[in-house]
Design a protein around this ligand. Structure first.
Ligand code: AMP
Ligand code: FE
Ligand code: FE
Ligand code: ZN
Length: 290
C-alpha cells in the first residue's frame, strides 16, 4: 500500500484528448502538478490508451497517476457513467467491451453528422475526424467543436443545449453495457467501480435510489459525492446513501480542459477514501511513487 501524505490533494476524474478533454495526458499531468495536485485520476471515456503518456508525465512532474476509465453505461434508456480505477488493461473481457463501445461511438457519431448535414449544418465527417485528432473515443463534443469553429454555436454548452441534446432529433444513441454488467467486468478485471455523478440532473444522469442499492449489491465500491453537477441537496443525498450502502464517497473535478467550465482540483477526494479504494484493487499506480 502506497504511503500517501494525509494532506495530499487528490482529483480522481479527468479527461484528456484520448476522449473529449482538450489536453494531452502529458499536458494534463503537468497542469495537475502546477495546480498543486499530488494524485490525478485519468478517466477518459471508454479508453485506457492515455495511461502510458500519463505515467511518463507523472514520473517527470511528481504526480501519482491513478489509471482509470469512465465506462459509458445505459440503464432504461438513461446514460450512466461508471468510473473504474486500476482495472487490468490486459483483461480481455473488459477490453472487448470498451472496444465495442468505442466502435459504436464512431458509427453513431457518423450518423449524427449525416443528420446535421442533411439539415444544412456545414459540418462534414472529415472535419469532425480532423478536429478530434488522435482521439480514441469519439463523442458529441467533437461535433460541438466543429460547429463552434464554424460559428453555428458560441461554445460546446450551447451546441449541447440544442442539436446535440439527447432529446434532439439529430441524436443517435451508441451501444453501452448495463451498469451491473460493467461493475462485474471491472471487478473481474481487479478494478474498483465508482458511480460518477449519480444525481447530475442537468445532464440527464439522475438515478433512482433503488438502482444505487442494486449496484451496491452488484459490487459497486463508491459513488461520486462532490461534483460540480450536484446541488448541495444532491451531495447530501449522495453522502447519506454512501453511508447507508457502505460505499466510498469520492469528489472530483471531471475536468475536460477548455471543453467545460470545470476547473482541475475544484473537488477532491480524501486520502483516507483513496487508500480504501486502492485496497480493493489489484492494479499498480502509475506516475510518481507515492
Ligand atoms: P457522448 O459521450 O458522445 O454521448 O457525449 C457526452 C459527453 O459530452 C459527456 O462526457 C460530457 O463530458 C460532454 N458534455 C455533455 N454535456 C456537455 C456540455 N453542456 N458542454 C460540454 N460538454 C458536455
Ligand atoms: Fe466527457
Ligand atoms: Fe461523466
Ligand atoms: Zn467524466
Amino acid at each position: 500500500m502506497p504511503r500517501l501524505s494525509p494532506t495530499a490533494r487528490v482529483d480522481l476524474h479527468t479527461h484528456s484528448t484520448h476522449s473529449d478533454g482538450t489536453q494531452t495526458p502529458g499536458d494534463l499531468v503537468r497542469e495537475a502538478a502546477a495546480t498543486g495536485l499530488d494524485v490525478l485520476g485519468l478517466t477518459d471515456h471508454d479508453a485506457v490508451s492515455g495511461w502510458e503518456e500519463a505515467d511518463r508525465a507523472g514520473r517527470e512532474h511528481g504526480v501519482v497517476v491513478v489509471p482509470g476509465v469512465e465506462i459509458s453505461c445505459s440503464w432504461q434508456g438513461r446514460s450512466v457513467h461508471l468510473l473504474a480505477y486500476l482495472p487490468d488493461p490486459g483483461d480481455e473481457a473488459l477490453s472487448a467491451e470498451l472496444a465495442r463501445t468505442r466502435e459504436s461511438r464512431t458509427g453513431r457519431l457518423r450518423r449524427m453528422v449525416r443528420r446535421l448535414e442533411s439539415a444544412g449544418y456545414p459540418v462534414t465527417w472529415e472535419e469532425v475526424l480532423a478536429q478530434a485528432g488522435d482521439v480514441r473515443s469519439l463523442g458529441r463534443p467533437h461535433i460541438a467543436d466543429v460547429l463552434v469553429r464554424q460559428g453555428s454555436f458560441p461554445d460546446r454548452d450551447a451546441a449541447f443545449a440544442d442539436v446535440l441534446h439527447s432529446r434532439s432529433s439529430f441524436h443517435v444513441a451508441h451501444y453501452a453495457p448495463s451498469p451491473t454488467a460493467a461493475i462485474e467486468l471491472v471487478r473481474a478485471a481487479g478494478g474498483a467501480p465508482v458511480l460518477a455523478h449519480p444525481f447530475a440532473a442537468a445532464r440527464g444522469h439522475t438515478l433512482p435510489e433503488t438502482l444505487l442499492e442494486e449496484l451496491a449489491a452488484a459490487g459497486l465500491a463508491g459513488i461520486e459525492v462532490e461534483h460540480r453537477d450536484h446541488t448541495p441537496q444532491d451531495r447530501d443525498r449522495a453522502a447519506r446513501l454512501a453511508r447507508q450502502l457502505d460505499l466510498l464517497p469520492t469528489g472530483s473535478s471531471d475536468y475536460h480542459g477548455s471543453g467545460k467550465p470545470n476547473r482541475l482540483g475544484e473537488h477532491t477526494t480524501s486520502v483516507e477514501v483513496l487508500r480504501a479504494l486502492l485496497e480493493q484493487t489489484a492494479g499498480q499506480l502509475l506516475g510518481a511513487s507515492p
